[in-house]
Write a protein that binds this ligand. Structure first.
Ligand SMILES: Cc1cc2nc3c(=O)[nH]c(=O)nc-3n(C[C@H](O)[C@H](O)[C@H](O)COP(=O)(O)O)c2cc1C
Length: 215
């Protein structure tokens, strides 16, 4: 075995934090999620609202990338992106996604499955205008997921957008958000001896059903 593989195999953590018990769970997984997100924020972990979002292309091949969760609205998870991006092309053809929160330093993860729809223009507009000025300019400068010939071209587009829009850049028409409507949400808490706690919430006839899963 190579030294590198040996060093990977020697990496071992034992999970020793609070267990998760059935009696601790909120009946509504959105309430449970909100509590865990608050725990992650309070623990000051880096980017607690960063998650992986997996989509599939028209051949069923998956792609995962990070996005930031920017809200919970009436039971839906909200994130923002570029409607001309690769993920947007995937979502137009197939709205099914997997969203994964990797709160590893807390020995926790949450996995959400569901379908997305686009948020109302008014909500996207409101959030866009709340972003820092240079991020708003950046949204105009980047043709997300398209080939780019050089870093200089990107910086030139940025300066051009700043020149064109001045102090009050409008929301680009291709910039917006998605609601993820969850169908299942799994909470995972690491436990000793790899006996982790897993609880799966599934939406069955409009009711959340909770099942404990083997780790
Ligand atoms: C921590 C982190 C947060 C990110 N947040 C977002 C986001 O909220 N929206 C977004 O469009 N891209 C975000 N990105 C960039 C995406 O991961 C990705 O590179 C980009 O959206 C293009 O993906 P696509 O080509 O698959 O569409 C983030 C990247 C990182 C590392």
């Amino acid at each position: 075995m190579t030294d590198f593989n040996q060093s990977l195999q020697d990496l071992r953590e034992s999970y020793d934090q609070q267990p998760l018990r059935r009696a601790d769970l909120a009946p509504d997984p959105l309430v449970q999620f909100r509590q865990w997100m608050q725990d992650a924020i309070d623990a000051k972990i880096y980017d607690p609202n960063a998650c992986s979002l997996a989509t599939v292309d028209q051949s069923g091949r998956p792609t995962a990338r990070a996005v930031l969760l920017k809200g919970l609205e009436a039971g839906k998870f909200v994130f923002y992106s570029n409607y001309n991006s690769r993920k947007a092309a995937h979502l137009s053809a197939n709205p099914h996604v997997s969203m994964h929160f990797p709160w590893f330093s807390m020995q926790r993860q949450v996995s959400i499955l569901g379908e997305v729809t686009r948020v109302e223009e008014s909500l996207a507009e409101e959030y866009f205008q709340s972003r820092p000025y240079l991020s708003r300019i950046g949204a105009w400068a980047s043709e997300q997921s398209q080939p780019l010939d050089s870093r200089e071209s990107l910086e030139k587009s940025f300066l051009e957008a700043r020149e064109k829009f001045g102090e009050h850049p409008p929301k680009p028409p291709h910039w917006g958000g998605y609601y993820l409507h969850p169908r299942s949400i799994e909470f995972w808490q690491g436990g000793p001896n790899r006996l982790h706690d897993r609880f799966l919430y599934q939406l069955v006839e409009e009711q959340w059903k909770i099942t404990r899963l083997n780790p």
